[in-house]
Design a protein around this ligand. Structure first.
Ligand code: UDP
Ligand code: UDP
Length: 466
């Protein structure tokens, strides 16, 4: 009977994201898809957010989904100098870690009681002991690629155990159990550094802890990463790892829509290159100027989001000051350069967009997959080379490996950039393949698709914990 159907109890799940748009966005999209399946969702946020983009996304989200409850975890300030990081996003993970004792009373206070907690991989070592003490099922949402997950869960054995003077300096490859060897140059440099740093601690400590979670959810799908997923689920990477369930790519959500960029409406179909390095990657002025010159020289129209500071609240220079004299004049009629946040989701779905020059943040890539937009990969830091590998492997794009990491490793000159942009935008095969990947993505999350099945099975498990 419909009445009894309506009264059927549903699981209540709390989501605890960490910091940065690259982590918040997939949590919000996941929350939206759970709400669509009638799961009762609470999102635990921490304030203040590091970026303005996060606080704006949260307020749009909660006004779009009034049925999803916001809740807040109180944070203790970090005011000692022992924490070594220049990255405010990593410092926020640390602040959450130090405030974890507030989590126990918070998680026990919900009514109806929680069936499960889903948290970010960067908070695993903080949160799992708390959920264990409460006998609350704990799931990890991994917001990068399955390829990166293989490194994340095995780092403590392959890198963490090494002493600083281990004589493997000449070894050029890293061997993740169960996976083909990968060049050492793909590993985030801080992870290989002998100096203590928060990225290293975070990957090693959290990666080690994932084995104790009840399940790992990941924003990818079988067709594009079956090899990594199989190695993880067959126990080849880490024996005893809980099930890794691909439930992506997360479809963009209603709260992300706003007004589109009118300039795009006037451009021919598939003619524009979208250029963005995500929400938290700053480029040096020198590289910005070379890139600008390269884009103009390519002869391809472009929409470029320039970022000169890691945290948006600090990005105060006007475009004219970033570029110096004359550049913006040269751009006129060839492209649009902006400094503010754009709704990337809307940009990517615009028919004028024909390619994406990307830093390979995993969310950006899943968005390129979702819309079938070919990618020119230019990884800058962190997991991005691992992700760039996936881009090439599935035929979604091109990666010029010798451009190296961003952030001053080397400056890539305008001539090279212009050449590769032209090559990528003119590559018909790439467009076709990107179109196929898009179809596969939509099938994966559609009814009967592999990721949709994963999500439904998960909710069935949670139903047992009501
Ligand atoms: N994004 C956006 N507008 C911008 C910059 C970024 O909407 O101007 C979004 C982008 O669509 C993605 C997220 O912010 O969903 C960035 O995550 P990603 O994993 O790509 O990279 P990160 O910012 O974490 O390096
Ligand atoms: N693949 C993967 N992880 C890897 C290597 C490959 O998930 O480390 C996937 C890849 O996404 C592709 C499939 O395995 O869908 C086959 O990859 P390959 O490029 O070897 O294709 P083949 O030439 O064997 O058809």
């Amino acid at each position: 009977m419909s009445l009894s159907n309506n009264q059927k109890p549903t699981p209540h799940v709390a989501l605890l994201p960490s910091s940065g748009m690259g982590h918040l966005t997939p949590f919000l999209r996941f929350a939206g898809s759970l709400a669509e399946q009638n799961v009762r969702v609470t999102i635990i946020t921490t304030h203040p957010t590091i970026s303005l983009a996060e606080s704006q996304a949260l307020s749009h989200f909660f006004s779009t989904f009034p049925q999803i409850n916001p809740n807040q975890l109180h944070l203790l300030p970090i005011n000692d100098a022992s924490v070594n990081s220049e990255d405010p996003f990593y410092l926020k993970y640390e602040a959450i870690r130090r405030s974890s004792h507030f989590l126990t009373p918070l998680l026990s206070s919900f009514s109806p009681p929680l069936s499960a907690l889903v948290t970010d991989m960067s908070l695993a070592s903080t949160v799992i002991p708390v959920t264990k003490s409460l006998s609350l099922p704990n799931y990890i949402l991994f917001t990068s690629s399955a390829k990166m997950l293989t490194l994340f869960v095995s780092s403590h054995t392959i890198i963490g155990s090494k002493l600083p003077n281990d004589s493997d300096e000449t070894e050029e490859f890293i061997r993740i159990p169960g996976m083909p060897p990968i060049p050492k140059s793909w590993i985030p440099p801080p992870l290989l550094s002998n100096k203590p740093n928060l990225l290293k601690t975070h990957i090693i400590e959290n990666g080690k802890m994932l084995i104790q979670s009840d399940g790992i959810l990941i924003n990818t799908f079988q067709n594009i990463e079956h090899e990594s997923l199989a190695a993880l689920n067959d126990g080849k990477v880490v024996n005893g790892l809980p099930k890794v369930t691909p439930i992506g790519p997360f479809a963009p959500c209603d709260f992300e829509r706003n007004k589109s960029i009118a300039w795009l409406d006037d451009q021919p179909v598939g003619s524009v290159l979208y250029v963005s390095f995500g929400s938290r990657t700053a480029m040096s002025k020198e590289q910005i100027r070379e890139l600008g010159d390269g884009l103009v020289r390519s002869g391809i129209s472009f929409l470029w989001v320039v970022k000169e500071k890691k945290v948006d609240r600090e990005d105060e220079l006007e475009l004219g000051e970033v570029f110096g004299d004359g550049f913006l004049e040269r751009v006129k009629g060839k492209g649009l350069v902006v400094k503010n946040w754009v709704r990337q989701e809307e940009v990517m779905e615009h028919k004028a967009i024909g390619g994406f020059l990307s830093h390979c943040g995993w969310n950006s890539l899943t968005e390129a997959v979702w819309h079938g937009v070919p990618v020119l990969a230019w990884p800058q830091h962190g997991d991005q080379k691992m992700n760039a590998f996936v881009v090439e492997r599935i035929g979604l794009g091109m990666w010029v490996e010798d451009w190296g990491w961003g952030g001053g490793e080397r400056v890539v000159r305008s001539g090279k950039i212009g050449e590769k942009v032209r090559e990528m935008m003119g590559n018909e095969l790439l467009r076709e393949q990107a179109g196929k990947v898009k179809e596969e993505a939509r099938r994966a999350v559609g009814d009967g698709g592999s990721s949709k099945k994963g999500l439904i099975e998960l909710i069935e498990i949670w139903n047992k914990f009501i």
